[in-house]
Design a protein around this ligand. Sequence first.
Ligand code: PLP
Length: 436
Amino acid sequence: MLKKQSLFWNGSLPETNSIKPDMKISFAPPYIDQAVINEVMDTLNSGWITTGPKVAALEQQMKQLTASDAAVCVNSWTSGAILMLKWFGIKEGDEVIIPAYTYCATALSVMHCGATPVIVDVDDDCCISTEAVIKAITPKTKAIIAVDIAGWPCNYEELKAIINKPEIKKLFVAESPKQKILGRILLIADAAHSIGATINELPAAKYSDVSIFSFHAVKNITTAEGGCICINLPARFNSAEEYRYLKLYTLNGQTKDAFTKSNGGGWKYDILFMGLKINMPDICAAIGLGQLRNYEASLLPMRKHVASVYCDRFKSMDWFVEPPLKNEQRESSYHLFALRVKGISETQRDQIIESIMAEGIMANVHFTPLPMLTLFKDLGYKIAQYPSAYALYANEISLPIYPQLTGEQIDFIITTVINSVNTVLDECKELAKVEL
Ligand SMILES: Cc1ncc(COP(=O)(O)O)c(C=O)c1O
């Protein structure tokens, strides 16, 4: 049996030589400490469990953390993305450029609006290729969704420069009221993984028009299911008005929410337009609120610590490809530790994962590129046209990275991974010898 884990990193480095054969390590358990439990209990005891004061408090915290003009909580990243695409008037016949290397929701949000996802390849750091974006822009392009894979923010400065080029702006056909105000392609960050990521030491959300975060159960901050839209639109948009409009949109276009009605706001209301029903309940917001208060001071540094121990210990292995975590401009949110093993095939990667999992360590792969999934294959997308996305997928193994990991567990993961990779690589060498 494992010892009860301390929820707080005490700053000490992992102990070595303490491998336990019965160690079971989950991939991404939610962070539930007493602060989270207190926050949830407070909601349960308050007599109000759906959208109300906890959601308002979480929005305030998100606005601060991301230095955004407004933050709107929703019930998932996916619903938030559908909302923002609809808000911009995206419809059938429109195109939205997205990367091949992402989770299906990036594409599905576009398809749910009737528009076409134009899937392009990525660069070596998993970010959407800006060169490919330029080639993909047509008069039908209404938005770009760049994806911060593993928490590594994309090059939004370059993407903004592209969409602001006079010749690109000239191509843009503004149809909806919001498109007419913006006058160019909308830049959306799929920030599902990247809460706390920075560019030039500022929150990365400052560099796109819209950043959408996921609070799904495995994310750095979770509300079980949930998401948050943060807007940083040009000054010609009134962010307070957009906030009010988006809040209505999350609640059927209804002028008065249930909290206001039940607190003496009167029973009468109106429905102004065909909204969605995607509001976040307070009971969910409470979980995220309890975590977010500790995020920058403790939870995020603890993730960074795990990543730095992995890098320190793996760097002497000649097969280790260091994931993008920090450079002079950008810093990750350390959502995933995407280990890449130089030169291995998909089959070898799968063998390594099998061997790690047999030791009780849950690993994962992020992501199977969209063109490899049935839906997209059936639509005619071909993985051969996305060589970079395929190469990044073929040798990737996501390792556990979260604040609750103990030094002993981190050490066990590292030792197990090194043994598993070396065994598979040695077997390959042997096989090659036999074939010669
Ligand atoms: C890159 C990316 N985008 C979008 C999503 C969708 O998030 P949600 O489950 O909150 O809708 C995910 C979820 O895992 C994701 O990894």
